[in-house]
Design a protein around this ligand. Structure first.
Ligand SMILES: [Zn+2]
Ligand SMILES: [Zn+2]
Length: 421
């Protein structure tokens, strides 16, 4: 039996294996949910993953990649290319408010602050789904035409201040090489879609994310004698409004939308003192790398010139976080029929762009990648009003997990079967 299987050959067996493993995927998810770990601290979670992959007889299991990441290599019994699947493992500094028996009561330090810890973005689901895929594919390995690489990634939500981590660091440490990956797939659960549905876009799907910090320096004085100093609060208020004209007046929103938000405005200690300095912080989101550069320039110029007009000075620091998540058009076109076959054509839809960001974007800069959303709001709830990802009330309908296992396993096998030399 040397003839390789066609893509369809695996559908029935994957469906059976996904059915069989569903209770264990749910159990893993509950265990990980109850024991969430913050970015770069996923010690327990990655040990669980590494043990599972070793028990399945993986050819290679690399631990401590980018601090707490795990890379597993499963070689099939037939020659062929290499495909990668990625799951993120980190939780968020959020105190859980969901009423489930396995709710998190964990607390930890995040950037020096005590906080609750919760899988409020559903990365517990992603990790358990990929553990399930690993078992399904390990059971089929003799028939697999190529190699599947499993990437369990830490710190998707960014590492703590002062640390490196996440997808970029895993790539720097060689997770896409040796053997070299030809394509990568990943998914994200989302409350804005119902369980059973899948959403995707070709090209830009999620935003770039950069943050900025501004220090506006005036001259401290008595609040009843403002003419004796320079008021950084009034100047900073004008800067906030000036920044709002970037998207509304200066960007071509017919090309792509973008966002500039000021989320922090700190200054002053007493009602009758005009302070020396105000600190502003904010975020910039774009769907186009050229617009990203334009906005950086506008933020810098508007801030400095408004400060100067008011007799103050301003320092601007912009930190680049994540690139635009861009689904490779050819790979997207290739992936959609597979998703439709597994999930049902009516359940696979092109969806709106999302202004959140993903460091899956770094994998997609290195190799063709396809990232898709999987609904996790149960039928009895309205996805339009369900608590969003990152909310303390974010809820994952566990019935979505099986679809995650089936879609990732099938995408991997279809890709290998259709990309042989
Ligand atoms: Zn998130
Ligand atoms: Zn996430």
């Amino acid at each position: 039996m040397n003839a390789p299987d066609t893509p369809f050959a695996f559908d029935a067996v994957i469906a059976d294996k996904a059915d069989a493993i569903e209770p264990r995927v749910i159990a893993w998810r509950r265990d990980i949910h109850e024991n969430p770990e913050l970015g770069n601290r996923e010690v327990r979670t990655s040990a669980l993953v590494a043990r599972h992959l070793r028990e399945l007889g993986f050819d290679e299991v690399r631990e401590k990649v980018a601090h707490t990441g795990v890379v597993g290599v499963l070689k099939g019994g037939l020659p062929g290319p290499v495909v990668a699947l990625r799951a993120d493992m980190d939780a968020l500094p959020v105190a859980e408010e969901v009423d489930v028996p396995f709710a998190s009561e964990v607390r930890a330090q995040w950037n020096g602050q005590d906080c609750g810890v919760m899988h409020a973005c559903g990365h517990d689901a992603h990790t358990s789904i990929l553990m399930g895929v690993a078992e399904v594919l390990a059971g089929l390995r003799e028939r697999i035409p190529g190699t599947v690489k499993f990437i369990f990634q830490p710190a998707e939500e960014t590492p703590p201040i002062g640390e490196e981590g996440g997808a970029r660091m895993m790539i720097e440490e060689g997770c896409l090489q040796n053997p070299d990956v030809g394509a990568i797939f990943g998914l994200h659960v989302t409350s804005i879609h119902q369980t059973g549905t899948i959403g995707y876009r070709s090209g830009a799907m999620m935003a770039s994310a950069d943050d900025f910090r501004v220090f506006v320096r005036g001259t401290q004085t008595h609040a009843a004698m403002p003419w004796r100093g320079v008021d950084p609060i009034v100047v900073s208020s004008q800067i906030v409004l000036g920044l709002q004209t970037i998207v509304s007046r200066q960007m071509n929103i017919a090309h792509e939308p973008s966002i500039v938000t000021v989320g922090v405005f700190h200054g002053g200690v007493r009602h009758n003192i005009i302070p020396d300095e105000v600190k502003l912080e904010g975020t910039i989101r774009t769907f186009d790398e050229e617009q990203r550069e334009q906005i950086h320039g506008h933020v810098e110029r508007i801030t400095k010139l408004i400060a100067e007009a008011g007799g103050a000075t301003a320092k601007v620091h912009i930190h680049r976080w994540y690139d635009v998540t861009v689904n490779h058009p050819g790979l997207t076109e290739w992936s959609v029929p597979t998703l439709q076959r597994v999930a049902g054509t009516e359940n696979v839809k092109v969806v709106d762009k999302v202004c959140g960001a993903e460091d899956f974007s770094f994998f997609q800069k290195a190799v063709p990648g396809f990232f898709y959303f999987m609904g996790c709001t149960p039928p009895e709830k309205d996805a339009r009003t369900a608590a969003p990802n990152h909310s303390p009330r974010f809820y994952v309908d566990e019935k979505c997990l099986k679809l995650g296992v089936k879609t990732l396993a099938t995408l991997a096998l279809d890709w290998l079967a259709t990309h042989r030399e």
